[in-house]
Design a protein around this ligand. Structure first.
Ligand SMILES: [Zn+2]
Length: 259
């Protein structure tokens, strides 16, 4: 019963149905990301910041969370203030509109459906097609003309699928950097140990040299002292001989009346 052609057709139908549903759900999420702070779920209001994934945040709420160290685990890519960018974003002139921001030049609203970009270099936000429409050559911000690289482009308000891909990339980068830091620490520990060992060996050699020098000095002193004694003895014996000679001469002169 389960292996006839009908069952297969039913299954194919189900797959067909699932895709658009998923897309609708994804777009709904992207739409919410254009309206509400991804961290606090409050309505977005200036000043606004974004992260590398493309989520939007109320900047003040984010700062508060940083100060109180209350960044949830699912936002672990927000390690410090360097991981967020304050945005130069234009408020929707129509204050009753459900979407609070628009592109400065095209006036398209940032609604999660239209592709919007932010630049990490200057923080400017604009409708992606604006670059094509304005025929801008090279990588220069269409709002402030500051140069940027491909790496500085952040796609805002991603769908869940886009966010997952971006998250995976970011986490990989974070892991790689943490590994590099650990390796550097290990390397430092090893070189510290080697330095300590070398220092200890040098100290040991110095102490032995000093001991040897001390011994040599003692030996030299002893040698000098011995030499002094010897010299003294020689002098004394010479002096003694001189006296003897003088005595002999005196005795002889007395004997022969030469006084
Ligand atoms: Zn700019």
């Amino acid at each position: 019963m389960g292996n006839d052609g009908g069952s297969f057709a039913e299954r194919a139908e189900l797959v067909k149905l699932k895709k658009p549903e998923k897309r609708v759900e994804s777009l709904l999420v992207a739409k919410q990301r254009a309206q509400f702070c991804s961290l606090t779920k409050e309505k977005l209001r200036k000043p606004i910041a974004c992260c590398r994934i493309g989520y939007l945040y109320n900047y003040d709420s984010l700062l508060k969370a940083f100060m109180e160290k209350k960044i949830p685990q699912e936002f672990k890519h927000l390690q410090n203030l360097k991981k967020i960018k304050k945005l130069n974003i234009t408020e929707n002139p129509d204050q009753n509109n459900e979407f609070p921001f628009v592109c400065l030049f095209s006036q398209k609203s940032l609604n999660g459906k239209e592709k919007f970009q932010a630049l990490w270099t200057c923080g400017c936000v604009f409708y992606k097609k604006l670059i094509k429409d304005l025929k801008i050559k090279g990588l220069k911000c269409p709002i402030c003309t500051k140069p940027y690289t491909e790496k500085d482009i952040v796609q805002l308000c991603p769908t869940n699928e886009e966010a997952e891909i971006k998250k995976a990339q970011l986490y990989k980068e974070i892991e790689l950097k943490e590994k590099q830091k650990k390796d550097q620490k290990k390397q430092l520990k090893v070189s510290d140990a080697v330095n300590n060992l070398e220092l200890q060996q040098k100290k040991k050699v110095c102490t032995e040299e000093q001991k040897f020098k001390g011994q040599t000095m003692e030996d030299n002193k002893l040698q000098n002292h011995t030499q002094d004694l010897k010299n003294n003895e020689i002098y004394q014996s010479l002096f003694h001989q001189q006296h003897k000679l003088e005595d002999n001469l005196f005795t002889r002169n007395v004997r022969f009346g030469n006084r």
